[in-house]
Design a protein around this ligand. Structure first.
Ligand code: WTA
Length: 650
């Protein structure tokens, strides 16, 4: 628990400035009132938020129906997410937002597009009609495998308009990974693009879709956005161009009145065993959660230009590039490409040119910028910024301080937000006008949610000791299950303690009740803020003809937080070496995606195992990190393996 000790030494605290406090959407008084209500009666708190922040076609009969582990929120109510993100900003007292920018989009080559709320509404209605025209019905799943272009947001909103749950697959995943997700969700259509711009080159997507659909029969239609003018194969009867379909589509499409518990989307995320899990989110609770948190935590105002750098293929992009932001009628900036193209100052240039006021990014990005040098942000005017945020992994206090000083000019509060694909929205976070921050801490629970640090036995752990992060009660944005796998849903999240959610993270609280997240405690690695299961990489490796066995662990990395280390035993007769290692890296990229490529591959003739044959990952983690193995090795079957892995013998 050395990490906990070092974080405990962190004593700096930062108060929000008077100016910020004065204008905050939620000030100290509001927050105190909500905390009180949320603690006493979370359902009442969330019902209040649902009334204030979401528009409903008809009211609920019951706020919550909780039969652990299954929750239904706003039972019987009807709403529509695209209505909340679009239509309601065009009507009544909000009608002035018609010509306000909903999306400011910048392509990597520098092309710009702005979609006003009225324009975005029109495009969404048209694409909803396109989907209907292709036979997509309420409840049908639509897979989206797209670059960061406005058409992705349009397609998502169009799906929500007709009640067809989307399943977005990050464009960095391989054809194989895409196929698994398409098949698991039983998608009837795929929306993609020829390619997207990444580091000055088109990154092909349609090609991967073609490959993924070989032998797959659930998909009837593929819609292709022409982003890069690539020559792609269009399969007659199945593939159609976006622009051709849109040319004839009607711009009138009333939003479907959907049940609050109607499935909104599936998003796959890595787990400790087997294939990725399809995390299921539904309509009313999710919308309430993301709309309320976005308003309170990002302090969204009509004048803001809000920029979250996450790809929409991850949950952060779902909740806080698109849904939570548009539901508040705010302006969201979307950027297509790499942070360092054409130069290391691209982000700061974007902030200066568009006058970004709120900036939300990942610690990995911050650490990368620190390494690139202060001259890049310093060569731009960043004075438009008024609030900063981080998400995805623990932020080390030094990176926090750099962000605070160099990007925030010491004036911007930083919201370090803890949450997960499964939680749907932010759970632990500063409220920027009301909570003092400490570098490295996500600070306090959002009102109405109840995180706790528990022991394995389910006892609350007294500060400052470390334990497991748990969520004690249901919350509106919580996952409603794993697509098609009830058993796994119970096992993964609800079997550690009775009726309590197990987050898979280690954490501790300090004397003030501030939470400090220590990272994953299971076999999920957090590489650059992206979750990758050790098992997934292992099964990719052993699917290679020259690999007999492999074990994958994470080791700490200064930039990416965690780096992937693979221990590989080649099959007899195979020569280990750089050639094989390169080959294996390419193989993993093909099977999963480039994001899962091991940083190190170490060849070994044996892996450390217990007598019952279980690989002792703890030992491998120590070896990968270059640490002396501490703790119990008495169950190790063959002691000499350890020495050989470390290279002690010679
Ligand atoms: C980690 C991303 C520390 C954590 C929204 C969690 C964090 C996993 C933070 C979820 C944070 C996320 N501080 N760790 N502020 N935010 N994490 O599903 O390990 O991609 O369990 O959701 O990221 O990753 P996911």
């Amino acid at each position: 628990m050395a990490d906990i000790e070092s974080l405990l030494k962190e004593k700096r605290t930062f108060k929000p400035s008077k100016e910020f406090v004065k204008q905050a959407n939620w000030n100290k008084r509001t927050v105190a009132e909500y905390r009180k209500l949320g603690a006493k009666n979370p359902q009442r708190f969330w019902a209040k938020m649902a009334k204030e922040n979401v528009s409903w076609f008809s009211p609920w009969k019951k706020v919550l129906d909780w039969k652990p582990p299954y929750a239904k929120w706003f039972v019987g109510a009807k709403t529509n997410v695209s209505y909340n993100c679009l239509d309601r900003h065009l009507e009544g007292e909000n009608a002035w937002r018609r010509n306000k920018a909903a999306i400011i989009w910048e392509g990597e080559p520098g092309d710009l597009r702005v979609l006003t709320y009225a324009q975005l509404h029109r495009e969404v209605c048209k694409f909803a009609n396109v989907l209907k025209g292709l036979g997509v019905k309420k409840g049908d799943r639509v897979a989206l495998y797209m670059p960061m272009v406005p058409e992705l947001a349009i397609a998502m909103l169009a799906c929500t308009r007709i009640g067809a749950p989307h399943s977005i697959v990050f464009g960095g995943f391989s054809a194989e990974a895409l196929r698994d997700r398409i098949v698991d969700a039983g998608a009837v259509a795929v929306v993609t693009a020829d390619a997207g711009w990444r580091r000055g080159k088109p990154l092909p997507l349609k090609e991967a879709v073609d490959k993924s659909l070989e032998g797959v029969d659930c998909v009837r239609n593929v819609v292709v956005v022409n982003r890069c003018d690539l020559d792609v194969q269009m399969r007659p009867g199945r593939d159609r161009w976006w622009h051709e379909l849109m040319a004839d589509a009607s711009p009138k499409c009333p939003p479907a009145k959907l049940d609050a518990e109607h499935p909104l989307f599936i998003l796959y995320t890595s787990g400790t065993t087997g294939k990725p899990k399809g995390i299921l989110h539904t309509t009313g609770g999710y919308l309430t959660h993301v709309t309320t948190t976005a308003k309170a935590i990002f302090d969204l105002k009509d004048e803001d230009v809000y920029w979250c750098t996450a790809d929409i293929g991850w949950i952060t992009g779902h909740s806080y590039v698109v849904y939570g932001i548009l539901a508040n009628g705010a302006t969201t900036l979307m950027y297509e490409g790499a942070p360092t193209t054409p130069g290391p100052d691209r982000f700061w240039d974007i902030i200066e040119r568009h006058g970004v006021t709120i900036f939300y990014t990942a610690p990995t990005a911050i650490r990368t910028f620190i390494r690139l040098g202060d001259e890049h942000p310093k060569s731009h005017d960043l004075s438009s910024l008024r609030l900063l945020g981080t998400v995805g992994e623990p932020i080390n206090p030094e990176a926090w301080m750099w962000y605070h000083r160099i990007i925030g000019g010491r004036r911007c509060p930083i919201v370090d937000t803890w949450w997960q694909t499964e939680t749907g929205g932010i759970m632990i976070t500063p409220l920027p006008g009301a909570v003092d921050t400490k570098p490295g801490s996500g600070t306090l629970p959002f009102p109405g949610v109840r995180p706790e640090v528990l022991s394995g036995e389910g006892e609350p752990v007294a500060p400052p000791d470390g334990g497991l992060l748990a969520l004690l009660g249901p919350w509106p944005g919580m996952l409603r299950g794993i697509w098609g796998d009830k058993k796994r849903f119970r096992e993964v999240y609800w079997s550690k303690w009775k009726d309590v959610y197990f987050a898979g993270d280690g954490a501790h609280k300090d004397e003030q009740g501030y939470f400090w997240i220590m990272g994953r405690v299971d076999d999920v690695m957090n590489v650059s803020g992206h979750r990758i299961g050790t098992m997934e990489v292992e099964s990719a490796l052993v699917s290679h003809a020259k690999v007999a066995e492999s074990a994958v662990v994470g080791r700490p990395d200064e930039i990416t937080g965690t780096a992937i280390v693979a221990f590989v035993t080649p099959r007899g007769g195979t020569e280990p070496g750089d050639r094989l290692a390169d080959d294996l890296r390419r193989h993993v990229a093909r099977e999963i995606g480039a994001l899962a490529k091991p940083a190190d591959i170490r060849f070994t003739d044996a892996l450390p195992k217990t007598r019952s044959g279980k690989i002792m990952r703890r030992l491998l983690r120590d070896i990968a990190a270059g640490k002396e193995t501490v703790g119990d090795t008495s169950t190790l079957e063959d002691y000499t393996v350890l020495a050989r892995l470390r290279g002690d013998e010679e």
